[in-house]
Design a binder for this molecule. Structure first.
Ligand code: FRU
Length: 493
């Protein structure tokens, strides 16, 4: 009996290793094929985190990003650079900003100084001005508190080459350790630049006539909103809602997110060029998934608010199983604000993939063994459903909705490789934030990521997964039958 059992176990392992050795060479030689996304930006090689300095200029979208080109873990930060004419296809460009004697180049933003308020323009060319944090490592290591300061650099050739301002830094820390991630906008009523800055447990607003001299206006958040971790990467945006101007302050926070680790909260209120007055003090999350962090919006895109987030989480960003590069960005998302009831001050931030992405997908017919890159389901009853992706290793990614709990979930407990982090193999949940009978879903699926936009983008979840072998099968399980005309499937072109 005993021997039989041992034999059985041995034969199981043999079969198992056999299966492995059949597929392993393929999978092994193609970490790139297996994990490099098809329609999400990744650096050719090396480490990437936050999106920085995103701006639209003369037909090109510019994406700068936190980058360590010489390694696949976080290291001395540079600003990498990529451009796109359609928000879908990105071309990596030479590195924009290198660390210098003041420090590494941390997160920040870029603006087009149309009126040359900074005086950095030449020969009628409006300068593109980058505003970023410089982090001085020796300063931090020696136990000082003044190692994060804000500097600027300018470009007169659309971001190709940059000149650092000779008198950097332009905004020095008042001896506070966490003093970073400047996001700058032009505020027309007072004709001033407004900088939102993350300062440990709150956001500070500074104003400037010229991007060089900065004055503190106010601060918000010390004892309000979520505080499970340090506040980072703020962004101040405005929306027109039925003729009313409403402001939103995005703030990323790590750790303390709703599904562990990094996440982005938002605050809705009024901003008058000096102070931000929140309408409510409840905690709101822009994206409930574990993998959308440090998201900020493009400058110079008119009334649109287009956000890109870093598709990872500080819990495990440094150890995910990609070899040549680490981290991808989310797809660009259009943000809008909706009022929850006509007489209330409750607003909901809604995200959807930008309309430019529509043309990037082609409709396909439903086949169990062809994994779509986009699934749109319209007007289905809000009952229990699951979409299951799987492979021959029995690894499964499950995206579902639990009607009794009114919760969406992404279950990656058995989705693939997860031994790099003890918390990775988990179920992320998100509340349904719409109360209509029926719902619609739009799901973007790339090789290692899922982005769920439910109820027109009212509930959003972004999550990574790393199957050992590509998923080759998918199915949808639902209490109510979904008429095929209600579901559209697409492949990335
Ligand atoms: C957010 C962050 C920022 C900082 C940057 C450093 O992910 O921690 O606060 O500027 O990353 O790379």
């Amino acid at each position: 009996m005993h021997i039989f059992r041992v034999l059985l176990i041995l034969s199981f392992f043999m079969i198992h290793t056999n299966v492995q050795s059949q597929v392993q060479p393929d999978a092994k030689s193609t970490n790139e094929n297996l994990y490099r996304p098809r329609f999400h930006f990744t650096p050719q090689q090396g480490w990437m985190n936050d999106p920085n300095g995103m701006i639209f200029l003369n037909g090109q979208y510019h994406l700068f990003f936190q980058h360590y080109p010489d390694g696949t873990v976080w290291g001395p930060m540079h600003w990498g650079h990529a451009t796109s004419s359609d928000l879908v296809h990105w071309k990596e460009q030479p590195i924009a900003l290198y660390p210098d004697s003041i420090g590494m180049i941390f997160s920040g933003s870029a603006v087009l100084d149309k009126n040359n308020t900074s005086g950095l323009g030449r020969g009628g060319i409006a300068p593109l001005v980058a505003i970023y944090t410089q982090h001085n490592m020796p300063g931090e290591k020696s136990g000082r508190n003044d190692f994060q300061n804000q500097s600027i650099a300018y470009s007169l050739d659309e971001g190709k080459t940059w000149t650092k301002y000779a008198e950097n830094p332009v905004l020095k820390t008042p001896n506070l350790k966490d003093f970073r991630d400047p996001k700058v906008i032009w505020y027309e009523p007072t004709k001033k630049w407004i900088m939102s800055l993350a300062v440990a447990n709150h956001v500070e607003f500074y104003s400037s006539p010229n991007l060089i001299n900065w004055n503190k206006e106010s601060e918000i958040g010390k004892n309000l909103f979520a505080h499970g971790g340090v506040w980072e990467c703020p962004d101040l945006l405005s929306f027109k809602v039925n003729g009313q101007t409403v402001w939103v302050l995005l703030v990323s926070m790590n750790p303390g997110g709703p599904n562990s680790g990094s996440a982005t909260q938002y605050i809705v209120g009024d901003f008058d060029g000096h102070t931000f007055k929140p309408y409510t003090t409840d905690i709101k999350w822009m994206d409930y998934g574990p993998d959308n962090y440090a998201g900020v919006t493009f400058s110079n895109v008119g009334d649109r608010n287009i956000l890109i987030g870093w598709m990872s989480n500080w819990n495990y960003a440094n150890v995910v199983p990609t070899e040549k590069w680490r981290s991808a960005m989310t797809v660009p998302r259009e943000l809008s604000l909706v009022k929850q009831a006509s007489n209330s001050n409750q607003f909901l931030l809604v995200s959807t993939p930008v309309k430019e992405l529509k043309n990037a997908f082609v409709q396909i017919v439903s086949k169990e063994n062809v994994i779509p890159n986009r699934i749109d389901i319209k007007d289905i009853k809000a009952t229990h459903f699951e979409i299951i992706l799987s492979n021959t290793y029995n690894e499964k990614l499950i995206i579902g909705y639990h009607a009794d709990k009114k919760k969406f979930y992404i279950d990656r407990t058995n989705a693939g490789v997860s031994n790099f982090n003890p918390g990775f193999a988990a179920v992320a949940v998100a509340p349904r934030l719409s109360f209509t009978m029926n719902m619609d879903l739009s799901i973007l699926l790339d090789k290692t990521s899922i982005e769920l936009f439910a109820d027109g983008g009212r509930t959003v979840m972004t999550a990574l997964f790393f199957p050992t072998f590509p998923y080759t099968k998918w199915e949808i399980k639902s209490k109510e039958k979904i008429p095929s005309s209600f579901m559209k499937l697409y492949s990335f072109k």
